[in-house]
Design a protein around this ligand. Sequence first.
Ligand SMILES: Cc1cc2nc3c(=O)[nH]c(=O)nc-3n(C[C@H](O)[C@H](O)[C@H](O)COP(=O)(O)OP(=O)(O)OC[C@H]3O[C@@H](n4cnc5c(N)ncnc54)[C@H](O)[C@@H]3O)c2cc1C
Length: 467
Amino acid sequence: MSDASYDVIVIGGGPGGYPAAIRARQLGLSVALIERDDLGGICLNWGCIPTKALLRTSEVHHLVTHASDYGLKVGSVEVDLEAVVKRSRKVAKRLSNGIKHLMKKNGVDVHDGFGRLAGSGRVVVEKDGATVADLEGRSIILATGARARSLPGLEADGVLVWTYKEAMIPKELPGRLLVVGSGAIGVEFASFYRDLGVEVTVVEALPRILPVEDEEISKLAHKQLAKQGIEFHVDATVSSLEKGDNHVTATIQPQGGDAKTEPFDRVILAVGIVGNVEGLGLEGTGVEVDRTHIITNEWTETGEPGIYAIGDVAGPPWLAHKATHEGVLCAERIAGAPGAHPMRTDRIPGCTYCRPQVASVGMTEAAAVDAGREIKVGRFPFVGNGKAIALGESEGLIKTIFDATTGELLGAHMIGAEVTELIQGFVVAMNLETTEAELMQTVFAHPTLSEMMHESTLDAYGRALHI
Ligand SMILES: Cc1cc2nc3c(=O)[nH]c(=O)nc-3n(C[C@H](O)[C@H](O)[C@H](O)COP(=O)(O)OP(=O)(O)OC[C@H]3O[C@@H](n4cnc5c(N)ncnc54)[C@H](O)[C@@H]3O)c2cc1C
């Protein structure tokens, strides 16, 4: 006999799991959610939110140290690191508590512990080595997320070599910091620490930083961040980390060049993530795992009827909004809700909250060309926009890519102030299958940064007004 029976059991209370639970309740299903740690998952507790709180501090620091550019005189600025970290943790805690409230409000039964499949339609909850609940579920959603990946010989020790967790709660600022990996997480930490005065070196194995971004944008990001003093080694790997007394000697191996060793105070490993699939009881089920990610179809269904997987554990892109969208879609699929439709993975935006910010959606120029599309490309620089100049943020670019035959907006790529807010305009446009005509006919408020979205579209058709 089980302790309780539910329509849906969700394992994992991150931005995939908790929205799935809420949506399932909205659709009239009974729901249990199992979480072994804090509600909100990596995103709210150790990812998206606390890093953005830290990056707000470094942004304010940058503004205050450049106050004279705005006609203000301020005294010297000191970093109170303990208070910086405390604020970030407080923001995370507040949001995690908010999820607790949402679960209660929506009537989701939250079970504290580790969830494990235990036979057909059965899930046990374990805490401190003991089984604390035995649940029955008609449908089970695996939303267990992911954790930092380590490379052989480059394992984090939490003291000298950090994962994102330790990088978020430093006790003191390192003098010299090495960041291994230049995806969004690596670049955000590089930007945060650099803005607080740390000497930062970033090593990237691929030929350019932010490798998933459009090449032009990633080159501009490299240029801007290098101008701020971040040292980049691309086409290079860190082949070893030798730990000493409160420092690490890294061997940096450029492709086809001579290795060199450099001392650092701390190292951040940002070389990707692995899915949390261990101990879940997948053995003997039809759930298939590719390396560390659960294989699903476009409806989030695994190979085992009645078992679904969403979010980071179900593979890339490893983004909170992808997890949330999959959670909602999954609950609607389970409930047989009318209007449910699979996610368009080509319309998921990606954002990096470094300074300057980077944001994109859809095809890069190279991907569009590789796909055999004939394209029209528009560009508009921040320096041509009144609001950008008034803000003192005149460096950046908005690039748009249209299908030359149909006018379909295929992709948008941006670098500069506030572009992580602007990108959603293009995401909505793409979702509405907008062509250049609707974008051109849209009235954009003046003065705003969004006017550059208009101008970039106009530029693709040789009609830009301000360049
Ligand atoms: C430093 C950093 C910054 C990031 N910034 C951004 C950003 O700005 N924007 C963005 O979109 N994404 C960002 N991400 C990625 C984002 O955090 C993830 O994509 C997102 O959290 C995935 O959600 P999820 O629900 O799939 O998994 P998670 O958030 O990992 O949640 C999974 C939950 O399941 C629980 N769990 C695991 N196994 C079990 C089990 N067996 N039983 C019970 N509970 C279990 C875990 O404790 C966890 O709470 C960032 C990540 C990091 C590390």
